[in-house]
Design a protein around this ligand. Structure first.
Ligand code: PFF
Length: 450
């Protein structure tokens, strides 16, 4: 395909792409979701399956997705259209872009609500709500927040406004600069917390819980969740990484860049687990506590440590920023499409799309309180959105991307764009994308659905 130009701008360097993609990857998935689903799925065995999914499926699919984006240099929907034409492929493959757009809407609608919890906690922490906290009082504070739909709506609204505000300003202004400050800060705070967790008596138990691989604990359900989470945490299968790839300079090596992003993302998830579980075990909390895990363990830890109020406030601030840098990447693909194809200004596109997503978020808010008993397939609205996106749509998107790059596109076009220095590594990647990823994802998806 002839060299394309992005009308939205480019990242100023390979490192800025790494930071932006890491900003997209590192978010609530790492700090909030990974620890609690690990708790729900029994610990070590789950972690092992998750790591395998990242290496064997996640990384190869990420390379494929970035490659598509950089070839097309447009929003995922238009990139896929252009590639379908250029490669003489069946129209069907254009559906990858559209399906991603739907996934993005659904994910952002609940993501923003949870990110709103972290906003609320910044103020609870700073206001001293957790001074002298006990396991019980943190539970009550969390329960009160979830039971209050107006409060949740308020925080969700603020978070959506922030997200839209940034997407509306475009790729270069603000986003690049804020991410390059916030990501290292987040990591620093996590390391400080890790130091604290290591000093608690529960650290050994937590380490064993996370890294002793008891294979008898692996179930079909936990494999579906681990695979789904590999896609979710790396922001794969819905076009976020494709959109970011569209702004990646030509000179950067896709393979090395993706490896760096995946490494950082995994590291941060594991560190988050090593921060949270020692606190769980030291305080006799429940590892399988579900979505509230982060919001109940950490306030307890902060209430016990010196200068805990300061660290606690800072921590939830950074969680909110990590969520924001991911939320932006959820909004960007569709906004970029509306700018390209509907002739809208960025501001108008971001506003309209944001309003629709904001409205969808109300379903998630109510599923924690007024509609908590309203269940479809035995799940609340929030649980259904989470399950549908992470466990079905993202893996399905990833599967189609792998097949498109591995089987449908001309071999030479792919090779020219991926351009790995080592032919051996290139062949490994090609094998994983062509055979391993599609087969593994298909098996897991079919099993999961049955
Ligand atoms: N990767 C983000 C996280 O782990 O929190 C969530 C996410 C962002 C998922 C962007 C999908 C996506 F396209």
């Amino acid at each position: 395909m002839a060299e394309q130009k992005s009308i939205h701008g480019l990242w100023r360097s390979r490192w800025l792409f790494i930071l932006a993609a890491t900003g997209s990857a590192v978010g609530l998935g790492n700090i909030w979701k990974f620890p609690y689903i690990t708790g729900e799925n029994g610990g070590g065995a789950f972690v092992l399956v998750y790591l395998a999914c990242i290496c064997v499926i996640g990384i190869p699919v990420m390379i494929a997705e970035v490659t598509l984006g950089r070839l097309g240099r447009q929003s995922p929907i238009n990139t896929m259209h252009a590639l379908v034409k250029d490669q003489n492929a069946a129209k069907f493959w254009g559906g990858i872009g559209w399906m991603g757009a739907v996934s993005g809407f659904l994910i952002l609608s609940f993501y923003s609500v949870i990110a709103g919890w972290s906003l609320a906690y910044i103020f609870r922490m700073a206001g001293g709500a957790f001074d002298g906290a006990t396991a019980q009082s943190v539970g009550t504070i969390f329960g009160d927040l979830l039971g209050n739909p107006e409060a949740l709506l308020g925080w969700h609204t603020i978070f959506m406004v922030l997200t839209i505000g940034i997407v509306a300003r475009g790729v270069n202004k603000g986003l690049e600069r804020s991410i390059s400050i916030l990501m290292p800060l987040l990591f620093l705070i996590l390391v400080v917390l890790l130091g604290y967790s290591m000093s608690t008596e529960g650290f050994g138990a937590a380490f064993n819980f996370l890294f002793s691989f008891d294979f008898s604990k692996i179930t079909a359900e936990s494999i579906v969740v681990a695979l789904g989470h590999a896609f979710f945490t790396l922001s794969l299968g819905m076009g976020a990484i494709m959109a970011y790839g569209a702004y990646m300079p030509k000179s950067a090596s896709v393979g090395k860049t993706v490896l760096t992003v995946a490494f950082l993302d995994t590291l941060i998830a594991l560190v988050a687990g090593l921060v949270i579980f020692p606190i769980v075990f030291s305080n006799g909390l429940e590892a399988g506590a579900g979505p509230g895990l982060l919001f109940q363990t950490l306030p307890l830890a902060f209430s016990q440590m010196p200068a805990g109020t300061v660290f606690g406030t800072l921590f939830f601030l950074l969680v909110a920023f990590a969520a924001l840098s991911s939320a932006i990447s959820l909004g960007e693909p569709v906004v970029a499409w509306a700018v390209e194809s509907k002739g809208m200004s960025r501001v108008a596109a971001a506003t309209w799309i944001g309003i629709v997503i904001w409205l969808l978020g109300v379903g998630t808010i109510l599923s924690f309180n007024l509609w908590a008993d309203f269940k479809i397939f035995g799940r609340t609205i929030f649980d259904n959105l989470d399950f549908l996106t992470a466990n079905i749509l993202l893996p399905l998107g990833g599967l189609l991307i792998a097949i498109f790059v591995g089987w449908v596109m001309h071999k030479q076009d792919v090779a020219d764009e991926v351009k790995m220095e080592s032919p051996f590594m290139y062949n490994v990647w090609r094998f994983l994308v062509k055979f391993v990823a599609p087969v593994a994802v298909a098996i897991v998806l079919i099993n999961g659905l049955i």
